[in-house]
Write a protein that binds this ligand. Structure first.
Ligand SMILES: [Zn+2]
Length: 219
């Protein structure tokens, strides 16, 4: 038998064995008080493949960018490798195939993505607002930890500029979603009907964010 993975055992009066992968990728085993360690470890062994897959996924989700040579950075849904430069002046630029960086990666990428969002994605807010007469008040660009966008009760819209890493269809979805909230301050059927009427394929964008959204939060 291959070496057994580390786990934390929590015994209680329960009747069945269960396993859980914690938020920091630790394996937790809940077991009945009297179940033998041998049986517990046999159970872990049988599930080892599934456990390792789950743990790898969690670790990958939590991974932060290192700003190393060759590391991949997203922009409009495509992946571009990083090349490090050794310049006197700290800077970042994108040539259509590579990002070039000298200096602090986190600071420069945040600034670059925010600027790219302002130039490329933000005009779509006014485009959709005018086309569908959805009037907003002010717009703010922020790198929020948990939200892609929001719309306040006075119709100020916040957009997460890290969305510039996602395909334009995903950015459009978030923009139209927040614009639809200027009319409907809820997620009931009238809201989704309005959204569907403007962007009929919005479920694909939603799925993209669900599956890959974590990759936008690595900066
Ligand atoms: Zn919403």
């Amino acid at each position: 038998m291959a070496q057994l993975m580390k786990y934390q055992l929590i015994r209680s009066k329960r009747k069945t064995l269960s396993l859980q992968i914690s938020d920091n990728a630790e394996l937790l085993i809940r077991a009945p008080n009297r179940l033998s360690v041998q049986k517990i470890e046999k159970f872990i062994h049988e599930k080892q493949h599934w456990i390792e897959k789950k743990q790898a996924l969690i670790k990958n989700t939590k991974r932060k960018m290192h700003y190393h040579e060759g590391e991949s950075f997203l922009y409009l849904g495509n992946i571009y490798p990083l090349k490090l430069m050794h310049m006197q002046k700290p800077q970042i630029h994108f040539d259509g195939a590579y990002f070039h960086l000298s200096g602090n990666g986190q600071t420069h990428f945040h600034a670059w993505y925010k600027n790219a969002f302002r130039n490329i994605a933000l005009p779509r807010l006014d485009y959709y607002a005018n086309l569908h007469q959805l009037n907003y008040n002010k717009v703010y660009l922020k790198a929020q930890k948990t939200r892609w966008g929001s719309c306040s009760h006075i119709n100020n819209i916040n957009l997460n500029y890290l969305l510039i890493m996602a395909p334009m269809s995903v950015i459009d979805y978030v923009i139209v979603h927040e614009l639809a909230h200027t009319k409907h301050k809820h997620h009931q059927s009238e809201f989704w009907q309005l959204l569907d009427s403007i962007l009929p394929n919005n479920h694909q964008a939603k799925d993209w964010l669900k599956e890959r959204g974590y990759q936008l939060r690595r900066l």
